[in-house]
Design a protein around this ligand. Structure first.
Ligand SMILES: [Zn+2]
Length: 279
């Protein structure tokens, strides 16, 4: 795993996009636009697929991990798990409506050809970043964030919308159900991680086994390690022609760049293992 092959059978390196769960991530290019920046702060009132965004604006979102739940609850299972942590101030909740009122806005950044980073400013939770993969057969949102508003949805719609959403592991679930409903897109989750889904919905599609194609040239791979259902996405037809692997933080390219590392827990330094890139 981790390499593609030329026609002559030689492995070629793929670029690997790792997650931003560790905080500020490297920007490959400057931000191109900030959602809602020019609307005078009151919101444009644009509703994408009117009626689909709404109910979720008031549902509880964990401030530490950004995962949204279908109803109020005293605790966040994702944060109580040994791979995450409860915020030092104790369990705190917010909502999409509160985040918007507090001044958060969507953020889109060109990351590389065909790939746009999706996040929020100021950051939400641990500043997760999703990636909008722009494909002729339909855009795929890889991973998710704990933020969405109508302006951001409108701007993503102008980029071609979203045909499918896939999430690597529970630390990136965010408000994935809201994103799915906003774009009427299926959300692909490996069934081994079903217990972590905070806001179940018929649009969440649980898949099983080692691999699952979600679009032409796009295949989900169950890599496990961090979570049993830990998933990476292989894009065979990326614009740079080398094949791309979207790894979440299921595995990470280390600074040496000849290695990838697996961690059971990143914030709590619980090790997983290390292998040479290309194995
Ligand atoms: Zn949490």
């Amino acid at each position: 795993m981790g390499t593609g092959h030329h026609a002559d059978g030689k492995p070629v390196p793929q670029f690997v996009l790792t997650a931003a769960e560790e905080g500020p991530h490297e920007r490959l290019l400057m931000p191109v636009l900030v959602s809602g920046q020019d609307d005078g702060g009151a919101g444009s009132g644009v509703i994408v697929k009117a009626g689909r965004i709404g109910h979720g604006k008031g549902l509880p979102i964990c401030r530490t991990c950004g995962v949204q739940y279908e109803a109020p609850r005293p605790d966040c299972p994702v944060c109580l798990d040994e791979r995450q942590y409860v915020g030092w101030e104790g369990q705190q909740w917010t909502t999409l409506a509160r985040l918007r009122a507090d001044g958060h806005r969507g953020r889109l950044d060109v990351e590389r050809p065909g790939v746009i980073g999706v996040g929020a400013v100021p950051s939400v939770a641990v500043d997760q970043r999703a990636l909008l993969i722009r494909s002729p057969s339909g855009n795929v949102l890889w991973d998710c964030v704990g933020y969405l508003d109508d302006d951001l949805a409108h701007e993503v719609e102008e980029l071609g919308g979203i045909s499918a959403i896939a999430v690597s592991h529970p630390h990136f679930y965010g408000v994935m159900t809201e994103w799915g409903r906003a774009f009427d897109a299926p959300v692909y989750i490996h069934e081994a991680d079903r217990e972590w889904v905070g806001r179940p919905d018929p649009l969440i599609k649980y898949w099983a086994g080692d691999t699952h194609p979600i679009a032409p040239g796009m295949t989900l791979i169950n890599a496990g390690t961090h979570f049993a259902g830990g998933t990476v996405l292989h894009w065979a037809d990326d614009p740079e022609g080398r094949g791309a692997l979207f790894s979440g933080d299921i595995f990470m390219v280390v600074m040496d760049r000849r290695w990838v590392s697996f961690m059971y827990s990143i914030p709590d330094f619980i090790p997983g293992g290390t292998v040479a890139a290309g194995e």
